[in-house]
Write a protein that binds this ligand. Sequence first.
Ligand SMILES: [Zn+2]
Length: 385
Amino acid sequence: MNQYIWIGIIVVVFFVGIGISYAHFQANNPSNFMGMNPQQMNTMMNDPELRQQMMGMMMQNPEMMQAMMGNQQMMGMMGQPVKQISVAPSTSIPENAKGPAIDFEKGYLVQEIKDGLYWLTDGSYQTMFLTTGEGVIAIDAPPSIGEKYLQAISEVTDEPVTHFIYSHNHGDHIGTASIFPSDATYIAHEETTAKLTSSTNQNVPIPTVTFSDDYTLEVGSQTLELSYKGPIHTPGNIFIYAPEQKVLMLVDVVFPGWSPFKNLALAEDVPAYLDAHNLILEYDFDSYIGGHVTRLGTSEDVETQKEYLQDIQDNVQLAAQTVDFFAIAQQTGFENPWLLVDTYLDAISKTCADATIPDWVDRLGGVEEFTDEHCFSLYESQRID
Ligand SMILES: [Zn+2]
């Protein structure tokens, strides 16, 4: 049983309090609004759209959030709490989950993996690009990194971006693709192209090259093999493989050192998501770019996550055998069926999570946060897929 603590500063008020002028706000530079007076803050507190934008930015940048919460002046401006939330105390993060330090002022880290292939990360999102001698191939454009992507590229080469690849269509990974030249070649799987074309939300370049199964991109000295192996995370998500450097990129599937994001990272096809671990391991790679969290991965990380998910599958099966539906029904009655179902599903998830977490808390980061949701997704998949 976790011990919960009540904290005095509260997310609602927190975000209200920092609802500062968007114009005054520069991402990754909290000092810009540290100097605002309470009146300026008040003025802007009442704009729900600004608050929403702020919250999105902060959720993408935990370091920024920490910096602000540590600032007495900021916290002092936030007025009286209007709503309290309970927060579970954070457990220590396993060594295995830690990655290289990110320069907070700079906002990103760029490192060559091998032979002109670079990975780029802000500590939360990650991607890669390649220099070819004839132009840069960029993959994805996470808004949390934004225009700093261009800065990172210019750190290592004068070549312009001539090619861009969409790993899949989700805006949190590709939302700032329009920072690249409009005359570049934009490449995506046909499902991704279809989604981007019909989206009213996304304002990114429509792919000019679309493929259905496999596509080999050769530019200058570099080769990338793009491959579609069906919907895993979402229809259109592709494997991006650099055979010379032995680097594989597949986004939102494996999270090196960490539990996947909740509900198997929102996998749209759970059986395919589980099987994807085997598809990944068919590749010969030294480095894996998963699109998220702290560090690069290896095949060992893929094996580890596969083992974690197998444990959850075993434990959710056991939970389904031991949690007594009719005992719960005696307490909830049948008048409100959703109350009964919700109570039953919660009991299964909790039983499964309680059985899983102790074995994993020292091996992966984030298991206390998301294991119960993985239990739920795997239970539902066993029931309906
Ligand atoms: Zn995604």
